[in-house]
Design a protein around this ligand. Structure first.
Ligand code: FO1
Length: 313
C-alpha cells in the first residue's frame, strides 16, 4: 500500500518512522518542508529534511529529535575559537551531511537527487523528497521586524509574536518531480502532526500542490499537532493564536478544510469531534502522543486503518 506523508521536522519525522515500520519497504514517500532551509558558513542546511532522514535511518538524537545521536561538537568549538557566534548547534557528523550536500549541489545535482543519495547511503528504505528543488524561505513578521525562520526559531528561541508569514520564492517554486508522482500514486495521504502554518503550509502553498492533492481519490488524513490546546513541540500553539486561528484540533481542521477527509485527534480532545465533523471531516480520537517507537507504530497503523475505512466522495 503506497503512502505519501507530508511532514515538517520532529513531530512529522516521528509519525513517518512509525509509518515506515508498519509498511512494506519502499511503500512510504515523505514530502518534506524545505522553507526553513538556510545557509551558514557556506553550507546549505535543510533542518526538516535532515530530521526526517536521520529519524528514518534510526540515527536521530532521541533527546532533541533533531541532529544525530551521540554527536560531538569539535568543529563548532573551533569556529567559536575563531570568534564566530555558534547559535545554531551543528554537530560534527551532521556537518558531514551539509558539506556533501553543498558540494553536490554546487556540482549540479538537484536537492532531490542529493537527498536520495544521502538517504540511500544511510539505509533509509523510504523515499525522502524535498518539497521543491527551488529555494523557498520563510520570513516571519514580528514586533521586532522581519525575521528569517531559523533566526526566529533557534537564535531568538521563538520568543517573538508572529504577526505574519511570508514564503519568499513560493510563486516561482514548483513541487519537485517526484513529489507529484508520490501524491498521484498514493493509496493514502497523511498530513503529519507538524506545524500547519510553517511546516505543512509551505508544502501546500506550492503551485499545483492543492490541485494534485484534491484530484487524488486517496483518503487524506491529518494528525493534529495540538493536544489539549497546546503544541506538543515548537511554537505552533502561539503562532496559531497570534495569526487569529483557534488553538485546537478544530482550528487545525479549519485550516485543512476542503483538503482533508479525516482528522486524528488526541483522546483528550474527543469533545472536539462534533465541531470537526461539522466541518465535513471524519474524526479518530486516540492516544496521539508518540513517546516511543511502539507509540509511533500504533499511531501509524491506526491512522492508516482510519484512512482505509473512509469513504471518499
Ligand atoms: N533546533 C534548535 O532549537 N537549536 C539548534 O541549535 C538546532 C540545530 C539544528 C541543527 C541541524 C538540524 O538539522 C536541525 C537543528 N535544529 C535546531 C532544529 C531545527 O532548526 C528546527 O527544529 C526546525 O527548523 C523546525 O522544524
Amino acid at each position: 500500500m503506497k503512502v505519501c506523508a507530508l511532514a515538517g521536522g520532529v513531530g512529522g519525522a516521528k509519525l513517518a518512522s512509525g509509518l515506515q515500520d508498519v509498511l512494506p519497504p519502499g511503500d512510504l514517500s515523505v514530502v518534506v518542508n524545505t522553507a526553513d532551509d538556510f545557509d551558514l558558513w557556506g553550507l546549505h542546511i535543510c533542518p526538516d529534511l535532515d530530521t526526517v532522514m536521520y529519524t528514518l535511518a534510526g540515527i536521530s538524537n532521541p533527546e532533541t529529535g533533531w541532529g544525530i545521536a551521540d554527536e560531538s561538537f569539535e568543529t563548532l568549538n573551533m569556529l567559536e575559537r575563531y570568534g564566530e557566534n555558534i547559535w545554531f548547534k551543528l554537530g560534527d557528523r551532521d556537518i558531514g551531511t551539509h558539506v556533501l550536500r553543498t558540494h553536490r549541489m554546487i556540482s549540479g545535482e538537484t536537492l532531490t537527487e542529493v537527498t536520495a543519495g544521502l538517504a540511500g547511503a544511510l539505509g533509509v528504505e523510504s523515499v525522502v523528497l524535498p518539497m521543491s528543488d527551488e529555494p523557498v524561505s520563510t520570513v516571519l513578521e514580528t514586533p521586532e521586524g522581519r525575521l528569517e525562520f531559523q533566526e526566529y526559531f533557534v537564535r531568538r528561541r521563538q520568543r517573538d509574536e508572529v504577526l505574519g508569514v511570508e514564503l519568499r520564492g513560493i510563486e516561482e517554486a514548483r513541487p519537485a518531480e517526484g513529489v507529484l508522482a508520490a501524491i498521484s500514486g498514493a493509496d493514502t495521504i497523511v498530513l503529519c502532526p507538524s506545524n500547519p502554518i510553517v511546516s505543512i503550509g509551505p508544502i501546500l502553498a506550492l503551485s499545483g500542490m492543492m490541485e494534485a492533492l484534491t484530484s487524488s481519490s486517496a483518503p487524506k488524513v491529518a494528525v493534529s499537532p495540538i493536544v489539549g490546546g497546546r503544541a506538543l513541540k515548537g511554537p505552533a500553539d502561539r503562532m496559531l493564536a497570534s495569526l487569529g486561528h483557534e488553538v485546537s484540533s478544530t482550528g487545525v481542521a479549519r485550516i485543512y478544510t476542503g483538503l482533508v477527509d479525516g482528522m486524528v485527534v488526541d483522546l483528550t480532545d474527543e469533545r472536539e469531534r462534533v465541531g470537526i465533523e461539522a466541518i465535513g471531516m471524519r474524526v479518530l480520537a486516540t492516544e496521539s502522543v508518540m513517546r516511543d517507537a511502539e507509540d509511533r507504530r500504533r499511531l501509524a497503523s491506526e491512522t492508516l486503518e482510519f484512512g482505509a475505512g473512509m469513504v471518499v466522495h
